[in-house]
Design a protein around this ligand. Structure first.
Ligand SMILES: [Ca+2]
Length: 456
């Protein structure tokens, strides 16, 4: 095995299920290898370091695995991991998906999931080995489709086993985006008839850009949404408006009744502010996720920079349109991106992807952070690791969520749109066949549902 001599280190660092580990053991293990092969961070060539708390020797067998360390890192203390590398295996499926946008699994019904299509379709499907089979497919009414607008997001209610609720993020006009709730009924017609409106975002005279695409739950009650600023700039700094914000709210669970109440724990952003707002200054945060009390999201740039941001406390202001990328002046109260990249094709993110699509266009996303499970097909290598990438260029990279890097190349898949983890332990993604949509008379390539598997 390629990494046989360092595998024990990686297992210690990789938050395995029963791994009783002391980070210092991992370090000790690392320094027993050939010193000439160690990187600057003290890891063997080909491995990635991440900082860990400098823990005292464990009192018993119950010491937490190193990769779970939450405390700030002590200077120099690192664990060495085998880097996550992925390839994507397309599933055969019988859904009609012209431009798949998102995917979400039903935790209480293993193998059952929803996929959305920008053009208004949603499919309720079931995994069957290497295939995925449609159980219900229909077109959602009143979806306004234009460029990046349409049916963009789906979330499953954590209490689905009791209420059979799921949620769709839909553009209904140039100016209006809605999060709708549906009840999964026995027929598609009955499912569509159950629609109620939970939350609306309205931008008068808005262009088609920067809608609602990422929605989810942080616990049984609190729902969140990343909302774009509809190409209007100013609303992102207006705390009275949900455009350009991360919002948190408790959706109505009353049958036949929509609406929401603001979530507990939201900040007070002053008189007239919208009590659902949690973070401000977002531009086009079309893909991001919640993980252990924080949100990680890509914010697509205007002229210069693609940002990856972390929301770690209430009331943070991520700068747009006062700043794009790292703030240069008048920066009081603004939170800089965790990291960012520009449009140059000589940037390492592009240069290290041999299949990179040659383009000056960019569209950053944050993909997935693994939720550890007993049957982990990624061997712990995805634990505490965030994937991110560029939808147009096609590179996919990863970075440990503790500390400030490094990041590394994970794989390549252009037009990737949605990420979700299934009860079988695998992560599945949706990807469009072509983007932008084909011109009149040109054939569209169908979208794919793919399973992420280790590439090495
Ligand atoms: Ca920003």
């Amino acid at each position: 095995m390629k990494y046989a001599y360092v595998l024990p280190i990686a297992l210690l660092a990789g938050a395995c299920d029963d791994g009783a580990a002391d980070p210092s053991e991992a370090l000790d293990g690392a320094v027993t290898t050939d010193a000439a092969a160690l990187t600057d961070a003290g890891c063997p060539e080909g491995m990635v370091p991440h900082p860990v708390a400098d823990a005292a020797p464990p009192a018993g067998d119950a010491a937490p695995p190193a990769a779970d360390a939450q405390a700030p890192a002590d200077a120099g203390a690192v664990a060495c991991d085998i880097p996550l590398r992925l390839r994507f295996e397309p599933l055969q499926h019988d859904a009609t998906l012209s431009r798949a946008t998102s995917i979400a699994f039903i935790p209480s019904m293993p193998g059952h999931f929803f996929v959305t299509d920008r053009d208004g379709g949603f499919a309720y499907m079931q995994l069957e080995g290497e295939r995925a089979r449609v159980l219900q497919q229909t077109a959602v009414p009143d979806v306004w489709v234009n460029g990046a607008a349409g049916l963009l997001g789906v979330a499953v209610d954590p209490l689905f086993a009791n209420n059979r609720y799921f949620y769709l993020a839909v553009s209904v006009s140039n100016e209006r985006n809605v999060i709708r709730r549906y009840t999964l009924e026995d027929t598609a017609e009955a499912t569509l008839a159950s629609e109620v409106s939970i939350l609306e975002a309205f931008g008068p005279r808005a262009p088609r850009w920067h809608n609602i695409a990422s929605i989810g739950f942080e616990d049984d009650d609190v729902m969140w949404a990343l909302i774009g600023e509809k190409g209007l700039f100013e609303p992102a700094q207006d705390a009275a408006d949900v455009l350009g914000k991360l919002v948190r709210f408790v959706p109505s669970r009353v049958p036949g009744e929509g609406g929401y109440v603001p979530a507990p724990g939201n900040p007070d952003l002053g008189e007239g502010s919208n009590p659902a707002v949690y973070a401000t200054g977002l531009r086009s945060p079309w893909r991001g996720i919640h993980h252990e009390g924080k949100w990680y999201f890509g914010d697509v740039g205007f002229n210069d920079f693609e940002e990856v941001n972390v929301v770690s406390e209430p009331g943070q202001n991520f700068g747009w349109p006062l700043a794009e990328g790292p703030c240069q002046e008048a920066c009081d109260g603004l939170t800089d991106p965790w990291f960012f990249y520009g449009r140059s094709n000589s940037h390492p993110f592009v240069a290290e992807d041999l299949d990179a699509v040659p383009t000056s266009e960019r569209s950053v996303f944050v993909g997935w952070i693994y939720q550890p499970v007993a049957e982990d097909p990624y061997q712990g290598r995805w634990n505490d690791v965030m994937t991110f990438g560029d939808t147009i260029v096609g590179f996919i990279r990863a970075r440990n969520i503790h500390g400030d890097g490094p990041d590394w190349a994970v794989g390549h898949l252009p037009w990737i749109t949605g990420w979700a983890q299934a009860p079988d332990g695998y992560v599945y993604v949706t990807a469009m066949g072509t983007w932008p949509p084909a011109d009149e008379g040109e054939a569209e390539q169908p979208s794919h549902i793919l399973r992420a598997v280790l590439a090495d």
